[in-house]
Design a protein around this ligand. Structure first.
Ligand code: PEP
Ligand code: MN
Length: 339
C-alpha cells in the first residue's frame, strides 16, 4: 500500500507513521517529492491488513497497490526515476547510450573503443570482466585486471563504467571499480545476488531473463529496491522464441509496457536482442521511438577477432552512424539529442 502524506505533514507526523509501520512488522520506503511525501509500505499481505494509519495525523489517504511489485510500481511514484551517475542522468529527457566491447580484452583496445564511442556521443562505457558464457570452454573474462582496465578507460575518457557482476562473492570487487553494476539475463532470477545488490549503493542495470515475463523482470527489480537500493535500470535484451533468424527476439513492446508499469528507467540492448550487427541500428531507432531511455550497444575495433559476440558488435564507424540516426529519432519523439 501507499500512504500519501498531507502537503503540510510535519516530520513528527511522518515519524509516527514510520513507527506504526514498524510496529506491525512491516518496512517502508519514503519518497520525498517536491509537494508531498509518499510512503510505500512493504511486507507480506496479511500484515499489510493489520496496519492502521488512515487515522493518524498528517495522513491524507491510503491506497492499496494492486500489482505484485510495489516499490517498482508507477502507482507509488508517478514521475520517472532519474539516476545520476557521475554527472550522467539516466531516465531524464536525454537519451543515454552505453557502448563498448562485449568483453574487456586488452587495455589498449578498450581505451581505443572508449574514445571512439565517446566521440560519437556515448555517455557510458560498457565491457564485461566476468562473462556468463553458455560453454565453460568459452572465454570467461579477464576478471580483476579487466576491471582495472575499465577504471583506466574511465580515467582517460571520463565515461562512467557499467560492467556485469555474476556472483554475490564478487560484489565488493566489482563495486570498487564499476559505476553501475550489471545483472545479466542469466542471473535475473538469482535472488541471492539481487538481495545483496539491494544492500549496496551503486545503481544496478538489470537485464531481462531470456524466458522471463515483464512482470518477472519487475519482481526481480523489486528484490533490489526492497533491499533499500532504489536505483535500478531495466534492460530489454530479447527473449527466446521459436524464431531463429535472430539470436533472440527483441521484445520492443516491453518498452511501453514497462514505462506504463514502472517509474524506473528502461534501456534496450539491440546487440544481444538481435545477435546481428546489421540489425542493430534499426532496432536502436525503434527502441528510442518506442520510449526507451537508453541503449546498451556492443562496439569493437575489430569484431572479426573479438573474443565474444563479434557478430553483433559494431565497428566504431557503424556506431557513429547509429548515433547520428538515433539523434534524429530522439528529436522526432521529443527527447534530447544524444550527439
Ligand atoms: C552482456 O551485456 O554483456 C550480456 C552478457 O548480456 P545478456 O546478459 O543480456 O546476455
Ligand atoms: Mn555480449
Amino acid at each position: 500500500m501507499i500512504i500519501v502524506m498531507k502537503q503540510d505533514a510535519t516530520s513528527e507526523e511522518k515519524e509516527r507513521v514510520y513507527r506504526e509501520i514498524h510496529r506491525v512488522g512491516l518496512r517502508y520506503q519514503a519518497i520525498h517529492g517536491v509537494e508531498r511525501t509518499v510512503i510505500g509500505v512493504i511486507g507480506t499481505q496479511p500484515d499489510t491488513g493489520r496496519i492502521q494509519v488512515e487515522v493518524l495525523p498528517g495522513v491524507e489517504k491510503v491506497i492499496p497497490i494492486l500489482r505484485p511489485y510495489k516499490l517498482a510500481s508507477r502507482e507509488l511514484k508517478k514521475d520517472g526515476t532519474v539516476i545520476a551517475v557521475n554527472g550522467v542522468e539516466i531516465g531524464g529527457n536525454r537519451i543515454v547510450v552505453a557502448a563498448g566491447p562485449c568483453s574487456v580484452e586488452d587495455e589498449e583496445s578498450l581505451i581505443a573503443v572508449a574514445e571512439h564511442v565517446k566521440r560519437s556521443g556515448a555517455s557510458l562505457l560498457r565491457g564485461g570482466a566476468f562473462k556468463p558464457r553458455t560453454s565453460p570452454y568459452s572465454f570467461q573474462g579477464h576478471g580483476e585486471p579487466a576491471l582495472k582496465s575499465l577504471a583506466r578507460a574511465r580515467e582517460v575518457t571520463g565515461l562512467p563504467v557499467v560492467t556485469e557482476v555474476m556472483d554475490t562473492m564478487d560484489i565488493p570487487l566489482v563495486g570498487e571499480y564499476a559505476d553501475i553494476l550489471q545483472v545479466g539475463a542469466r542471473n535475473m532470477s538469482n535472488f541471492s545476488l539481487l538481495k545483496e545488490l539491494g544492500k549496496q549503493p551503486k545503481p544496478v542495470l538489470l537485464k531481462r531473463g531470456r524466458a522471463s515475463t515483464v512482470t518477472e523482470l519487475l519482481m526481480s527489480a523489486e528484490y533490489v529496491l526492497s533491499g533499500g537500493n532504489m536505483n535500478v535500470i531495466l534492460c530489454e535484451r530479447g527473449i527466446r522464441t521459436f524464431e531463429n533468424g535472430t539470436r533472440n527476439t527483441l521484445d520492443l513492446s516491453a518498452v511501453p509496457a514497462l514505462k506504463e508499469a514502472t517509474h524506473l528507467p528502461v534501456f534496450v540492448d539491440p546487440s544481444h536482442g538481435t545477435g546481428r550487427r546489421q540489425y542493430v541500428e534499426a532496432m536502436s531507432k525503434a527502441a528510442i521511438a518506442a520510449g526507451a531511455d537508453g541503449l546498451l550497444v556492443e562496439v569493437h575495433t575489430n569484431p572479426e577477432e573479438a573474443l565474444s559476440d563479434g557478430e553483433q558488435s559494431l565497428r566504431p564507424e557503424d556506431f557513429a552512424n547509429l548515433m547520428e540516426s538515433v539523434r534524429r529519432v530522439a528529436q522526432a519523439v521529443g527527447r534530447t539529442a544524444v550527439v
